[in-house]
Ligand binder design. Sequence first.
Ligand SMILES: Nc1nc2c(ncn2[C@@H]2O[C@H](COP(=O)(O)OP(=O)(O)OP(=O)(O)O)[C@@H](O)[C@H]2O)c(=O)[nH]1
Length: 467
Amino acid sequence: MVLDDLGSSLRGTLDRLQGKTRLDEEDVEEVVREIQRSLIQADVEIDLVMELSDSIEQRALEEEPPGGTTARDFVLRIVYEEMVDLVGESTDLPLEPQTILLAGLQGSGKTTTAAKMAWWFSKKGLRPAVIQTDTFRPGAYDQAKEMAERAEVTFYGDPDADDPVQIARDGLAATEEADIHIVDTAGRHALEEGLIDEIQEIDAVVEPDRSLLVMDAALGQGAKDQAQRFEEAIGIDGVAITKLDGTAKGGGALTAVNETDSSIAFLGTGETVQDVERFEPNGFISRLLGMGDLKQLAERVERAMADTDTDEEDWDPEDILEGQFTLKDMRHQMDAMNKMGPLDQVLDMIPGLGGGIKDQLPDDAMDVTQDRMRSFDIVMDSMTEDELENPRSIGASQTRRIARGSGQPEERVQELLEQHRMMERTLKQFQGMGDADMQRMMKRMEGEGGGGMGGMGGMGGGGGPFG
Ligand SMILES: Nc1nc2c(ncn2[C@@H]2O[C@H](COP(=O)(O)OP(=O)(O)OP(=O)(O)O)[C@@H](O)[C@H]2O)c(=O)[nH]1
């Protein structure tokens, strides 16, 4: 996840303040140094880092902590507020008919983002259409069409045409019944004049209500120049940052947004059409700092619930709560999780859990990739009912039989059993947590603007799930 290091290093530093009620100068300096180090490492521009750390330092030294607040929570709150201020408000995107133009360099993720945004708008009850004008990259048409199909939205493109401006014009006319028009454009390797001229022409024909710049989160310092060029050419109303799942940095894109006085509209967190989030500053920063994001979590759970088949007999979630965790349960968990997105992203959204628990888990506990899940599914198909219910009883000869039956290597069967044991252990950790703590936390979080953070007193961090 983007700016990965910030959350975990900050938690470590804040832990050292545990038990203190007042901050001295040395404490503040240490926290500020840690923030500077993480942000610079994540490619945030140095001036911006200094500006941010100066305000944090000043506030931490000058402001009076509210009564009953620990030094740790006080400084965490300041960091949180200053970071929210840095990323700014989300781009204004009313849920009403509009035309959106996407611009960006080659490979930034425009085509994927067009389909993701269309999917997102369709889930909000609108009728989006994706118009693909990329005549430059071979394969762009097929990719866009396939993704629009997966998003179940209207698509327009013309693989035989070679004038993007004409395609845009025809596309708008051909998709008149749609209420959201998302126009995807071609990218180039660098900011060549050709790209800028072309997008200006498309811009003139399309007359978009909003133009969004699509930017790869891994882009370093070059992000700022790019944003400025597009801003001069067509005027940028907001940025969609892509591939947040693939980088621990992300500071370049954040810097670009800040320096061009732009705002963030969407976040891309994976390769499928569902891997998209509307940017929401409170939730985003809260998650970055390892403090969860209830609003996003609720959205994902809602979607997964709507999609998961709940009619299946002989599966009772109550059993899990009573400590029984079978392979059948694991299959259901994997299925539901698959629909919610990768486990580490989901954990990041749980207030007070994310960072803390994640830091303690072995890396491969998170590595439940779709390919692995698929092969686990095949392995499970070759198991007997009894084996699914009692995976611990599976011995060497059964493992050989299951491997032969499923056409998978024996190691895959063992891997599945090991994954099951790991999930069982993780589940036991969750079960050990107090409900009262969880409810208290939820109440606080709900107190301020949905995904925002309410009072932060008692907010957990590195010292165990609920501090
Ligand atoms: N992991 C991850 N991959 C992404 C994300 N968004 C896009 N990608 C991948 O990035 C690559 C480039 O994405 P495209 O959507 O083709 O990029 P584009 O900007 O349309 O590319 P051009 O048409 O060449 O300008 C593809 O392999 C996508 O699957 C994301 O949020 N996460």
